[in-house]
Write a protein that binds this ligand. Sequence first.
Ligand code: BGC
Length: 725
Amino acid sequence: MVTLEEIDEIVSKMTLEEKARIVVGVGIPGMFGNPRSRVPGAAGETHPIERFGIPSTVFADGPAGLRINPKREGDEKTYHATAFPVATMLASTWNREILEEVGRCMGEEVKEYGVDILLAPAMNIHRNPLCGRNFEYYSEDPFLTGEMAAAFVKGIQSKGVGACLKHFAANNQETNRTNIDTIVSERALKEIYLKGFEIAIKKSKPWAIMSAYNKLNGKYCSQNEWLLTKVLREDWRFDGFVMTDWFAGDNPVEQMKAGNDMIMPGKVHQINRKRRDEIEEIITAVKEGKLDEKILDRNVKNILKVLVNSPSFNKYNYSNIPDLNIHAKVAYEAGAEGVVLLKNNKVLPINKDTRIALFGTGQIETIKGGTGSGDTHPRYVVSILEGMKERNLKVDEELASTYSKYVSEMRKKEYKEKKEMFGESNLTSRLPQDFLNEDEIEKIAKRNDLAVVVISRISGEGYDREPKKGDFYLSDDESSLLKKVSQIFHKYERKVVVILNIGSPIEVTSWRDLVDSILLAWQAGQETGRIVADVIVGKINPSGKLPTTFPRDYSEIPSWNFPGEPKDNPQKVTYDEGIYVGYRYYDTFGVEPAYEFGFGLSYTTFEYKNLEVKLVNEKVKISLEVLNTGEFPGKEVVQVYIRAPKAKIDKPFQELKEFYKTRLLNPNEKEKVEIEIDLKALASYNGEVWLVEKGEYEVRVGSSSRDIRLINRFIVDDEKWRYTS
Ligand code: BGC
């Protein structure tokens, strides 16, 4: 163990250049003439300072699994990592233990592949369903986000490696992400956009935070002293270190002053045709008296305090063989709990002998996750078709082979060049879906019992999705396929199931009546096909709940001005909706969503009973019973929303303040649920202080934000509950 005194001593002996090298990364490994990383595919590395025994440390992405290259030049061995479900799906589990377990597995891969810090979790709020990176983020709700992130960080860090919360803060879109100026009120920041970070920092003590690309109320996040020093360090007492997002901001000296300890990827780089050497700029600024060396010392110490605990510092002898088999099981379990059953008209689960006609190219090109730094390189991805076959479901072979041929011919024809250049996983364009005519579908319907139609979407870093057909809406060819299948299968009294293999909401209202069941499988990572097959036959009883609202139509969302103005090249985005994000908006302003926050069906039913609520000291104590009243074993997510009294501060209709996922309950089995909420968590920010206003509070307990089963109340009779942070 290196003590704080020893760190002080080392820093006092460092030259200015050595200090500047600590606060600036080595550059993108393998690019701009930089040496390759010792872990190829890692996103960044720090400088070693040999004379003090400081080694280089390695940072790698990302939220759905460790992102490193699976193969290395001149090396026979492989370096695959597990592809876990995307973060939105992990949040759909509402299960802290699962998140912690996923974190532990990823932490082991980080450690055994020689990496020190995982650049995850990503925890920006789903402000708009079209943000291209929503799949990497958990939820529209800050409490769920913070709780999921805290559990995940605990898991990662239990392995002796670090987690890095990103992107701090209000980075809720990809359009012009490196320069957009996000204009948002202090209240919305504190209650919505910063809240998840605050919860995760206080509960799980992450090693690092990544400041975001965007500007926040006029200043780049990485150069924003209010954000990085006042809020993060003074109010929340964060004691890890802050790194920039890759190439973020425009002034290394301002970054140092604001409390952004490390600049990544750093060193000499060429961006926007400007050549920068941040090390030189920092040294010059100190020499010219423009940067106080004490600030540099502070930042160096913040970094070293953390990195002395890293595996590299402690010369950990990594194996390069993490237990990918065990991690595959955890990826499966996490996905199994994150599937959300949106509609079920007495179809699912099916009998194993049901003859299934599987439609949609997504059965073959199943999307495991999104693109960009949130991508992963697993050993395999089980497609939906493969999963069904592996589980011995009776899939129509002829139709499956028609699809296989169609996909391979289309890809060969259209993407030969692209595939050679970028590889298989980058074939993201959508193939036309409507290539079977009515007669063919008629024959298929006659020889099968059920139609299953897969609809897929992919998105990723660097671009947002669009409110148009083929993206937020079904394309004409998808609609046409769905209409034909629905009409013909129903004519023969066969049912139709849709599997949504997507990373973020799409429009469902215009077509959901055509089908009997909708299963939201999200992008479930490498085990997607197995998970889908097991849900369909009831080996898994869905227990996932939506962490984000499915709006009826894009025109009904609150963040109407996304992605900012001017429309053709947005420079500024104003969060006019304030705190009314997601269900806080839909519930308060009476707008009916397609599927509400917290929604998800099960193959069984649950009854809620005996709600008791007491305010004891500063704690709201809640107890109730949940009983499985149906015929399948299942888990339920008990959600606690609080409705605050009408008082001085404007409040949303209700807010999620706790949740609890039951154990697997057998039919007729019940579980007693005991929940405690700190009164402080009910405070609203009035621009100066956090305040719990007096009056009657409604405790609303239910199975979704709009399926409230029990209500009880408690009274706060004075206004003494004020908090500064
Ligand atoms: C992304 C980060 C990522 C970093 C390193 C950036 O472009 O925004 O999320 O961690 O690259 O790959």
